[in-house]
Design a protein around this ligand. Structure first.
Ligand code: SF4
Ligand code: SF4
Ligand code: SF4
Length: 336
């Protein structure tokens, strides 16, 4: 599990180098290729405003003149169709930062959401609202943007405080919502991604479509091996696993955490059409640390005795487990 966490931290650093100034390798490449006089930072490959512009034909010329703006509406969905949500699960620092830092915050301080809310309709509604807003006289500008907030933080870390000192009151509200209210203080640490990110909504839809036709990888749960402990439901950063448990491919960001967290090794990543059963390749090796940690906690924490843990978590319904004793939540979290 620690090796997996380390890989994700490395991916976060790679993402910062690729997307954010001062390195901003991708924007720099585009700026060089197009001869643009603009600064190479994350705004040159904005992953948000082009979705709003998609319903504003008067913005098309700007998008063609600055081809970085075409990445979000054109390239991202096509890539996701084949690779799945690679950007969201691994490379996007705006999503990973709050998720990874959130692991340092005690669970009792966090709002519990996993398994209680399907985030996909909310995120799609936000995307639709954003696209329609200019026609209704509104404008969801860069101040309401987690990518901007992330760029400000990265720039500040490298000594450029311009973004921070120029914050408006609305920018401060956005930061508090992204970083704290929907970040560190909510289960999974990715509330902004799960509810408010238009890029995530489009990537999620394309990934789900790709998974349905067998192009993109997807997460599958073996219900015969599952014992209904609920760990995956409560620990999934994308709130993509229901209480059954079933994975929502439009919400899953393919971070693969659940593969390591499941104490029974019941979760696998497959690439197969949705209509067929996954080929039985045998049980994947169980992460021994997760199993030992989970078993130890089950022995140490009888159901309903875990302080600060709501009772529902130890009573998640699972098909085929009627009449079996319900296990306490192992809470085999990252780094445990
Ligand atoms: S949902 Fe948006 S902010 Fe979150 S990881 Fe994906 S692209 Fe980044
Ligand atoms: S279902 Fe698994 S792979 Fe998908 S986001 Fe949740 S923890 Fe990550
Ligand atoms: S983590 Fe628990 S509920 Fe989720 S698949 Fe594994 S055994 Fe089942």
């Amino acid at each position: 599990m620690r090796a997996h966490l380390l890989r994700r931290v490395v991916a976060l650093l790679v993402g910062i180098g690729l997307f954010y100034a001062p390195l901003a390798l991708l924007p720099r490449l585009l700026v060089l290729a197009t001869g643009s006089p603009l600064i190479a930072d994350t705004h040159r490959i904005c992953l948000r405003m082009p979705f709003e512009w998609a319903l504003q034909p008067w913005m098309y010329r700007t998008m063609v003149e600055q081809p970085g703006y075409l990445i979000a509406p054109l390239l991202l969905p096509v890539l996701a169709l084949v690779t799945g949500p690679l950007l969201c699960g691994w490379l996007c620092p705006a999503g990973a930062l709050t998720e990874l830092l959130g692991r340092l915050v005690p669970d009792r301080l966090k709002l519990s959401v996993g398994g209680r809310l399907d985030p996909t309709p909310v995120r799609l509604g936000v995307l639709a609202g954003m696209m329609l807003s200019p026609w209704l006289g509104g404008y969801v500008c860069c101040t309401f943007c987690n990518f901007t907030m992330m760029q400000n933080l990265v720039s500040a870390a490298f000594g450029d405080l311009t973004g921070l000192v120029a914050w408006s009151s609305f920018g401060i509200v956005t930061f508090v919502v992204w970083f704290f209210a929907l970040g560190l203080l909510v289960e999974g640490g990715r509330g902004w991604c799960n509810l408010l990110c238009p890029a995530g909504a489009v990537i999620g839809l394309a990934s789900a479509l790709g998974a349905r036709v067998g192009l993109a990888p997807r997460i599958r749960i073996d219900h015969e091996a599952c014992v209904g402990c609920g760990t995956c439901t409560t620990r999934c950063p994308a709130w993509a696993i229901s209480t059954e448990p079933e994975v929502n491919p439009a919400a899953c960001n393919l971070c693969r955490d659940c593969l390591f967290l499941c104490p029974e090794g019941a979760i696998r990543q497959v690439r197969t059409r949705r209509t067929g059963r996954a080929p039985d390749r045998g049980r994947r090796p169980v992460d021994e640390q997760a199993r030992v940690s989970g078993a130890a906690r089950q022995l140490a924490e009888p159901p309903q005795s875990a302080p600060g843990r709501p009772e529902w978590r130890s009573q998640l319904p699972t098909p085929g487990t009627a009449g079996r004793p319900i296990l306490a939540l192992p809470r085999c979290g990252l780094g445990e």
